[in-house]
Write a protein that binds this ligand. Structure first.
Ligand code: C2E
Ligand code: CA
Ligand code: CA
Length: 738
């Protein structure tokens, strides 16, 4: 599952993208905030300009309006008349207190034509005329200026609204800022008797403080916040100010206020909204990323799984052949110039077909996965292991110095594989064949090393199995030879004279009478000489010639058997043909052709054929018995079966394998085993034949143990038909003696 671990985990994917996304959103948020701030500052600046302008206008207005207010009483015949009369009470009512109560003027003064103070109103009450001294410093220059304008009869600035010249200015009166305005008192009707000499009119002076009420008015009308008069200008950004200057440009002080900042008011509210919006966007993006990461990762996983499935074997989870070849290619490319040898090994489970047949395909599958798991635990991380065919595994290893080291590794491997595999709760022991090859110093293609490992494995399998073999160029020869043999075997079958059945006599326990014979085929090769059936029968089984060969052997044996009507003829039947439908009938038909009875024939079957799970061998065996053939269980004790199987499957005879007989001479428990086997068979009413009896001692012992029949070189080697005839003739001539 390497590729799966390579797939990103959702967490890593999310973390990798989440932080940058958050940073980007934060940056956008900050940028938006900055833009807002700039817009707010700009709008505040515009607002401040406007407030400054309004405040300045208000200050100008009050100066103009005070003069305008004055004209309501200074351009009036009654005023001139009553001043001339010296009626100061009238003056007080009309030019003083009325101005205060109606227009809100803080003080009013009247000067005579020679500028002597005549009347004063201040502090909400009539005052002695000397009160004028309070403002004299400010007012005198204005009055002088006004007289000057009057004298010159300056009509500049006069209109329907402004009827008379005037002079006004700001000044500080008893520490407070004030506007002072001087106006001449003149006739409104232009009556001659009321005319005065220009520059020598009565002068009305009005004063209004521009702090206090004025600031309250400014605050209400122009929305100037917290206005105050201060000798110093505004400090810092929290306040704004405009200077109050006299006509001559002297700064008297400053109007200071807290500017109204609409931009920042909006900004304060917007900052919160923006922060909430940014947080919301961040959450949405994070949620989206999270969902995306989950989806992407599950998609990646699915892809990785699909890739894994395409390149791996389902049963074992190991890489498949294609993946194995890719890995070899890349390893070969990597080590192109560094000449460290690499080792390719192929490993086969011996007789795997039989495991499938005996235990079933499910068991076969679990055996393969158990073998895969054990192999996986044996190899190093750097080695590559794969299942490359049904019961074949491939191992590709680096760091194998030479053939010796490879052999050592194979020994360890085989040791580890020797322990039984638990398949469906049943321990199964299997053997393995392995072929390996080491990459030579010179460059080599993958196809070539594959071919070499294949040949080595083939060699291991055809030279006895349960072994490991390193590749040698001669094996090529071996393989070629095998192919050649196959072809030659076909020819031999056609030629007939090369394949000659021989007959090995089977004796009674005393060894003095032939009771039957086993038909054993011999191949006399024109060039090679005699070839052992142990060698060519497996080839015939593999290349599909066995049926034809056995049919041929049977016919030849039948022809010969007609000469020995009293003897039991045993023929070997391979599991391959027992599985074929119709074998029993075909065999019976052949016998019928030669007028022979199945009662005189025994079919030798192997244990693996008997316990074949497909049941086909068994069906054939049952049919054979029903037809009257005897059934002998060959090589008893060497296969998968146990004594238990004897009860299950009916046989007439067991042939105790040569390996047990060989052990008889030695003082081991071999004797006990053979004796037990014979007793068991007797108890089950099964006859026994001992195979491979080679010594007199073995014969005596077997006779004592109660073995029924004996077969072996000690008594007779397999004989040709002619030799057999001669042997039987001798037996008949000499009575019972052989
Ligand atoms: P098998 O059926 O177990 O045959 C007995 C083998 O033991 C024969 O080998 C025989 O020559 C050998 N033998 C007999 N007595 C002795 C002895 O005292 N010492 C030793 N060392 N060997 C002894 P053979 O003829 O080489 O046959 C080998 C195997 O080939 C047979 O084993 C049988 O499985 C198979 N075979 C032979 N002929 C045929 C045939 O016509 N058809 C089939 N299907 N298989 C055959
Ligand atoms: Ca046999
Ligand atoms: Ca045998």
């Amino acid at each position: 599952m390497q590729s799966e671990t390579r797939a990103l985990s959702a967490r890593v994917f999310f973390l990798n993208r989440s932080l940058p996304a958050l940073l980007i959103i934060a940056a956008i948020g900050i940028a938006a905030q900055l833009i807002l701030q700039i817009a707010a500052s700009e709008s505040d600046r515009v607002a401040l300009d406007r407030q400054t302008h309004l405040f300045t206008m208000a200050v100008g207005d009050i100066r103009a309006s005070i003069a305008h207010d004055q004209e309501s009483v200074t351009v009036w015949d009654d005023s001139v008349t009553n001043l001339r009369k010296g009626d100061l009470d009238w003056v007080d009512i009309n030019l003083g207190s009325w101005m205060h109560s109606y227009f809100g003027h803080d003080a009013a003064f009247v000067l005579s034509p020679d500028d002597t103070p005549l009347y004063a109103f201040d502090d909400e009450a009539r005052q002695p005329p000397e009160d004028y001294d309070r403002i004299a410093a400010c007012a005198d220059p204005l009055v002088a200026g006004l007289h000057e304008k009057q004298r010159e009869q300056d009509s500049d600035g006069l209109s329907d609204r402004i009827l008379t010249q005037g002079a006004s200015d700001f000044c500080i009166v008893t520490g407070r800022p004030a506007v002072i305005s001087a106006k001449p008192v003149v006739t409104d009707s232009g009556k001659e008797e009321l005319e005065q000499e220009p520059g020598r009119e009565y002068t009305h002076i009005a004063l209004r403080f521009v702090d206090g009420d004025f600031l309250t008015m400014a605050s209400q009308r122009y929305m100037i916040l917290e206005p105050r008069f201060s000798p110093t200008a505004a400090q810092g950004s929290g306040e704004a100010s405009i200077a109050l200057q006299t006509a001559s440009g002297n700064t008297l002080g400053y109007f200071v206020w807290r500017p109204w900042r609409p931009g920042h008011a909006i900004l304060d509210r917007m900052t919160l909204v923006l922060a909430a919006l940014t947080a919301l966007i961040a959450m949405v993006v994070e949620a989206f990323l999270y969902i995306l990461s989950r989806r992407l990762v599950s998609q990646q996983r699915a892809e990785a799984r699909a890739r894994h499935l395409a390149s791996h074997d389902l049963l074992t989870g190991l890489p498949n052949r294609l993946q194995f070849q890719k890995a070899i290619d890349s390893r070969l490319a990597d080590t192109g110039h560094d000449q460290a040898p690499l080792c390719l090994l192929y490993l086969d489970i011996d007789r795997f077909k039989q495991v499938n047949e005996i235990y079933g395909h499910l068991a076969g599958d679990s055996l393969i996965s158990a073998v895969g798991a054990r192999l996986g635990a044996l190899v190093r991380d750097t080695d590559i292991i794969a299942r490359i065919a049904g019961n074949q595994f491939g191992l590709f290893m680096s760091g194998v110095a030479d053939e010796n080291e490879a052999e050592c590794f194979c020994n360890r491997l085989f040791d580890a594989l020797r322990a039984p595999f638990l398949v469906e709760d049943e321990p199964i022991t299997v053997t393995f064949s392995a072929g390996f090859t080491l990459t030579p110093a010179t460059e080599v293609t993958r196809e070539e090393i594959e071919r070499q490992a294949e040949i080595a494995l083939d060699y291991a399998k055809t030279t006895g199995r349960n072994r490991h073999v390193g590749f040698k160029p001669q094996q090529d020869e071996h393989l070629r030879e095998r192919r050649q043999l196959e072809a030659e075997l076909r020819l031999a079958l056609a030629a007939e004279d090369q394949l000659v059945p021989h007959y090995q006599p089977v004796f009674n326990a005393a060894g003095d009478r032939i009771t039957g014979m086993e038909v054993l085929l011999r191949w006399f090769h024109p060039q090679r000489g005699p070839v052992s059936p142990a060698f060519f029968i497996p080839i015939a089984e593999q290349c599909g010639l066995i049926e034809e060969i056995d049919a041929y052997v049977l016919r030849r044996a039948c022809a010969a058997a007609r000469q020995w009507p009293d003897l039991i003829i045993s023929v070997n039947a391979s599991a391959v043909e027992l599985r074929r439908a119709g074998y029993a009938d075909r065999t019976a038909a052949t016998l019928a052709e030669y007028g022979l009875s199945p009662r005189n024939f025994e079919i030798e079957v192997t244990e693996t054929a008997m316990i074949d799970r497909t049941g086909e061998c068994n069906r054939t065996i049952r049919t054979l018995r029903d037809l009257g053939f005897g059934i002998a269980l060959d090589d008893f004790g060497t296969g998968f079966s146990s004594l238990g199987h004897l009860q299950q499957f009916k046989v007439d005879r067991i042939k105790i394998d040569r390996s047990f007989i060989m052990g008889l001479d030695r003082p081991t428990n071999g004797r006990a085993i053979v004796s037990a086997l014979i007793q068991l068979a007797q108890a089950m009413n099964i006859r026994t034949t001992a195979e491979g009896v080679e010594t007199a001692g073995q014969q005596t012992l077997l006779a004592e143990m109660g073995c029924d029949s004996l077969q072996g070189y000690y008594l007779s080697r397999p004989l040709s038909e002619a030799q057999m005839l001669e042997r039987i003739a001798r037996q008949q001539n000499f009575g019972l003696a052989v």
